[in-house]
Design a protein around this ligand. Structure first.
Ligand code: NI
Length: 200
């Protein structure tokens, strides 16, 4: 009887552990496929980063205003410059309704993206696009809290690039996560989504 009891306990334990592993793996896969936002729960929250003038910037600096945040790096060959150019189009399409909106570009490449480099890189874009970088620890913390995938990929010749999720995360004026603009969303769809937070 006793042996049977423990066999059952062990069998149940294995089953429970196996299902936890399956859930964890499935969540990881989902996050990659949706561009880093597998769930809507607990995306976002406090952060401390460094602005383009070297000042500390936290979520409190955006309090009371809607915010669209995305993550990338200045050496990015296509996704980031494309998203930045599209973001300018969104601001233009929103018109005065978008005056309150902050578009925040956070570096996932703190090694190369100094505040100075972020500043000169973003000087080519709409001034409502805010650039933030940070120490490697600060960037690790914000990407974790915002469920952003970012990984360094070594290239031949000692160079490297960053593999990163491309979704733009939307937060209403209360700082609550309200969805994403996805990389392939056409402008009308992106603007529709942005209207849900600028009107919040
Ligand atoms: Ni990029």
């Amino acid at each position: 009887m006793r042996a049977l009891f423990w066999t059952r306990v062990i069998a149940w334990s294995i089953a429970v552990i196996a299902s936890v592993v399956v859930v964890v793996l499935a969540t990881g896969v989902l996050e990659r496929e949706t561009g880093g936002t597998g769930t809507t729960a607990s995306v976002g929250g406090p952060f401390a980063l460094i602005g383009t003038d070297g000042q500390t910037v936290t979520e409190a600096d955006f309090a009371g205003r809607p915010r669209a945040m995305f993550f990338g790096f200045t050496h990015c060959p296509d996704v980031c410059p494309t998203t930045l150019a599209e973001a300018e189009g969104w601001l233009k399409a929103l018109g005065p309704a978008g005056d309150d909106l902050s578009i925040v570009f956070v570096s996932v490449d703190p090694e190369r993206d100094t505040p100075e480099l972020m500043k000169s890189y973003l000087s080519a874009f709409d001034p409502r696009i805010v650039g933030l970088t940070g120490t490697p620890e600060q960037i690790a913390a914000v990407t974790k809290a915002y469920r952003v995938y970012a990984r360094k990929v070594e290239l031949e010749g000692g160079d490297y690039t960053m593999d990163h999720s491309a979704a733009v995360l939307l937060f209403d004026k209360n700082g609550d996560f309200s969805g994403t603009v996805d990389y392939r969303d056409p402008q009308e769809k992106a603007v529709e989504k942005l209207k849900t937070i600028v009107g919040s």
